[in-house]
Design a protein around this ligand. Structure first.
Ligand SMILES: Nc1nc2c(c(=O)[nH]1)N[C@H]1C(S)=C(S)[C@@H](COP(=O)(O)OP(=O)(O)OC[C@H]3O[C@@H](n4cnc5c(N)ncnc54)[C@H](O)[C@@H]3O)O[C@H]1N2
Ligand code: MOO
Length: 392
């Protein structure tokens, strides 16, 4: 059995990031910068006031001053401030030449063209002035290649003078659930039939990171499965199968992949849940076979599917980030497989939930975190720091 990190590395090595396209900023959310983004302007473009008030020379304190004009955002004042002079100024407006400090209007009183200090004087020269280029200067690096385009980075690109950005094409992912016991979500469940909960769960986990197609459920029939895999792979960058990954007589995904001509790279990873995970290539498509147990599918999608999608989309760091918090109660020593335990975060600690059955969706839905227990980890005493993945 492969270690989790080794299996992740092998999976990501199966496929290259997708071709580059240019998208409007409004469509860039959640994607990754395909190249470095540099500033096309200086921000602020001039010394600006950070407050509504009066622009003065610090040397003229404590005033009073004669107001000689006004500077508003987007306009400015076409003359310099001399000794004893002030300009009425508003937030975001350019500082007139000669002025160096802002008096906020709450600390002043105005009488005609005369303004005097009635409250606290500015404590230093330059107070409430945003100097030119204090955010960034022209040509400064703003976004590193492979960085996720978060709302803040999209704003940074916009203020840096960009209307669109180079990103990788969004991966097309087809999700194909297999099993004679499955019906589509919402359909009647006669006898021992059950709804395919994994399809909508995985689609939700990918969100807008991928163009997701949910394939119709495929029966446990080798020919039907091989044919469905062949057809689905022709239209997908990533084909995800669910179920049929283990060793039972009805676990047909491996033989069906082989019949379809896929090359399997690995099968079985030293993790719990999620052991029967498999990955390979079929033509230009990366195939990821997830185990059918709902929690196994969730955990393997967290550790493998989402990183694979991010890798194809050009992420520099596609793997999930590990966080740390104290554990509320002692955890026993772990076995040979890395364990991912559903836990709640309360009072700044991780509370591992009692039912860790890999079919228990109610425990999964109650969890905020997956506590990571490395292979052969010794017992962890209460209050010790534990690694976890937060669940969104
Ligand atoms: N003798 C062994 N039996 C099993 C082993 C093993 O090593 N030896 N591994 C176990 C592990 S670990 C897992 S995980 C499961 C994986 O099984 P499969 O991937 O073959 O999945 P199925 O057998 O098709 O289904 C398992 C379980 O999940 C339910 N399921 C399947 N698809 C869905 C879906 N789309 N939505 C909701 N639920 C689904 C299915 O009904 C089964 O209950 O194998 C163990 N067995
Ligand atoms: O490892 Mo399976 O994934 O027991 O649930």
């Amino acid at each position: 059995m492969l270690a989790v990190a080794e299996a992740q590395a092998r999976l990501l090595a199966l496929a290259e990031p997708l071709p580059i396209e240019t998208v409007l900023l409004a469509e860039a959310a959640g994607r990754f910068a395909a190249s470095a983004v540099a500033a096309r302007r200086t921000q602020p473009a001039a010394d600006l006031s950070a407050m509504d008030g009066y622009a003065i020379r610090f040397a003229d304190l404590p005033g009073p001053w004669r107001v000689v004009g006004e500077s508003a955002a987007g306009a400015g004042l076409d003359r310099a401030i001399g000794a004893g002079e002030a300009a009425r100024i508003f937030t975001g407006a350019p500082l007139p030449a000669g002025a160096d400090t802002i008096l906020i209007q709450e600390e002043t009183s105005r009488d005609g063209d005369r303004v005097s200090l009635t409250g606290d004087a500015p404590a230093r020269q330059g107070l409430f002035v945003r100097p030119k280029g204090s955010d960034f200067t022209d040509d400064a690096p703003l976004i590193a290649p492979g960085a996720r385009l978060t709302p803040a980075r999209i704003a940074l690109a916009a203020i840096g003078g960009h209307g669109c950005l180079a990103v990788r094409r969004r991966p097309c992912v087809t999700i194909l659930a297999t099993g004679d016991e499955l019906v589509e979500p919402g359909a009647p469940t006669a006898g021992v039939m059950l709804p395919s909960s994994n399809g909508p769960m995985l689609a939700a986990m990918l969100g807008d990171a991928a163009d997701v197609t949910l394939h119709a459920i495929v029966r446990d029939d080798l020919d039907a499965l091989a044919q469905a895999i062949t057809e689905a792979a022709a239209h997908a960058d990533i084909l995800v199968t669910i179920g049929g990954a283990s060793v039972g007589d009805h676990d047909l995904v491996r033989p069906a992949l082989s019949r379809a001509g896929a090359e399997l790279d690995f099968w079985r990873v030293a993790m719990r849940p999620g052991k029967p995970l498999m990955a390979g290539r079929l033509g230009g498509t990366t195939v990821l076979g997830l185990p059918g147990n709902p929690v196994s599918a969730f955990v393997t999608a967290t550790l493998f599917l989402r990183p694979l999608v991010a890798h194809l989309a050009g992420a520099a760091d596609p793997l999930p980030t590990t966080h740390y918090l104290p554990i509320a109660d002692t955890l026993p020593a772990n076995g040979e497989r890395a364990a991912y335990l559903r836990a709640r975060i309360a009072d700044g600690a991780l509370h591992v939930l009692p039912d860790q059955d890999s079919a228990s969706l109610s425990t999964l839905a109650a969890a905020d975190a997956l506590v990571i227990r490395p292979p052969h980890a010794p017992a962890l005493p209460a209050a010790a720091s534990a690694a976890f993945l937060p669940l969104a």
